[in-house]
Write a protein that binds this ligand. Structure first.
Ligand SMILES: Cc1cc2nc3c(=O)[nH]c(=O)nc-3n(C[C@H](O)[C@H](O)[C@H](O)COP(=O)(O)OP(=O)(O)OC[C@H]3O[C@@H](n4cnc5c(N)ncnc54)[C@H](O)[C@@H]3O)c2cc1C
Length: 409
């Protein structure tokens, strides 16, 4: 297999491309928007709830698969989830830590404790299971998306001794409402980090950990370590609501690395059609500003995300559609919308059905084309948000699809 087209630049597309180039394929990655990675908390979820909170995802995976036979993990098998997670861990290297069998338990921007399997090293000092050292949650007067009082109050409810402080330290002078990204850019500068450490240091009590919003540097990889050294106390970032700087850091790293590995990128462009000859996919049409370009493909990995990226939609007749290529969608039986916002919403289990090689299946369970594969959020059978399984599914299916393409060669 020489030429492989990967559709989608989310984590499923990025990891598919990485695995394929490692096998010597010529990869063209087409994506029209930012993937969920840039919007995410910057961690890697394998399984956080099943439905109770999960401490050790791989210990419960067999039971989870038995209870959820339509889930992508059931199609892939537990070993594939392990393989995909290890591949992602290797790919992101020191940017994601953990992979020791247990979930981290880290505070969110509302002070809840959230399980995730691989986490940014800038967050793990906030691990809630490491014992309950006192913490100070550090807000910034100009950063409205991070309410230190609320976070500290909710941490206290979970037996974590916490208090809140708010610093008056604008990222840019005279700016009343700044975003996390504005602060992260300021933190890329040593002079701003010095001011921040000085202002925080004055209010930090002996033995306290400082929990700050996830703003410790955008491009400057050493910003977090430098800030912590200046402070002389343990520091941790808490992710902000999307878009999140930690997710942007991962996305930037992944994109740069794939470009260095000569993946051809077509950005800001949408795949709008798939052509076949002799029962095989042979090319895709890519729509870029005002014209269509045909890109030849020996195989296609289709990783356009789910409802959140607009690749699946519910029409006014209650029909679930795959919006770009019109591929057959598998929809769970019964009512698709739960009675209230707290109940399960089966609609989100809709998606593409695949075989164990990740080939897209038609309504009769036959591969639509032997060389059309799917990965990530477009797959049927998961409740990624509530399970906290999105990245695990993306990585396992991406690796399986890439390996299946390698086997076709
Ligand atoms: C705000 C937010 C928060 C989330 N939080 C969680 C969470 O806490 N836990 C969890 O497990 N999951 C979460 N998810 C879901 C998680 O992001 C996804 O499970 C995972 O990122 C899916 O990755 P993906 O690569 O399959 O799709 P995506 O990340 O959605 O990427 C799909 C990409 O394909 C591109 N694309 C789509 N169609 C085309 C086309 N026709 N041509 C070219 N490009 C196309 C899109 O622009 C996008 O770049 C969240 C998602 C969002 C948006």
């Amino acid at each position: 297999m020489n030429d492989v087209v990967v559709v989608g630049g989310g984590i499923a597309g990025l990891l598919s491309a990485a695995r394929l180039v490692a096998q010597g394929a010529k990869v063209t990655l087409v994506t029209f928007g930012v993937g969920g990675l840039q919007l995410s908390h910057g961690g890697f979820d394998v399984l956080g709830y099943a439905p109770e909170r999960v401490d050790r995802p791989f210990d419960v995976l067999d039971d989870f698969i038995a209870a959820n036979p339509e889930h992508p993990y059931a199609v892939l098998g537990a070993d594939a989830v392990r393989l995909g997670t290890d591949f992602a861990s290797e790919f992101f290297g020191e940017r994601l830590v953990g992979n020791d069998g247990r979930n981290w338990l880290l505070p969110t921007a509302v002070g809840a404790l959230r399980p995730t399997y691989l986490a940014s090293p800038t967050m793990v000092n906030a691990e809630a299971r490491a014992g309950h050292d006192p913490v100070v949650v550090v807000g910034l007067q100009q950063l409205k998306d991070f309410q230190a009082e609320l976070i500290a109050g909710n941490l206290v409810k979970q037996q974590i001794p916490a208090r809140a402080i708010v610093l008056d330290l604008p990222a840019r002078t005279h700016e009343a409402d700044a975003s996390g990204l504005t602060y992260a850019r300021a933190m890329d500068r040593a002079d701003y980090r010095a001011d921040f450490a000085k202002a925080l240091g004055k209010q930090l009590l002996s033995g306290e950990k400082a929990l700050i919003p996830a703003i410790a540097g955008h491009h400057e990889a050493a910003a977090f370590t430098d800030l912590q050294t200046r402070l002389g106390a343990p520091l941790a970032e808490i992710p902000l609501p999307p878009p999140g700087v930690p997710g942007m850091r991962l996305n930037e790293y992944a994109s740069r690395r794939l470009q260095d590995q000569r993946v051809r990128w077509i950005l800001g462009a949408r795949v709008v059609a798939l052509h076949s000859e002799g029962g095989r996919a042979v090319s895709v049409d890519v729509a870029t500003s005002g014209h269509l370009t045909k890109v030849r493909a020996d195989a296609v990995v289709y990783a356009p995300g789910g409802f959140e990226s607009g690749s699946l939609s519910l029409d006014s007749h209650g029909k679930v559609l795959e919006t770009h290529l019109g591929l057959p969608v598998r929809v769970p039986p019964g009512r698709l919308i739960g009675p209230d916002r707290r109940s399960e919403q089966p609609l989100f289990r809709s998606g593409l059905a695949v075989d164990d090689q990740m080939r897209v299946l038609d309504d009769a369970d036959r591969p639509v084309y032997p060389n059309l594969f799917a990965a990530g959020g477009v797959l049927a059978g998961a409740m990624r948000w509530s399970e906290k399984s999105g990245e695990g599914i993306a990585a396992a299916s991406a690796v399986r699809a890439a390996d299946a393409i390698g086997d076709l060669a």
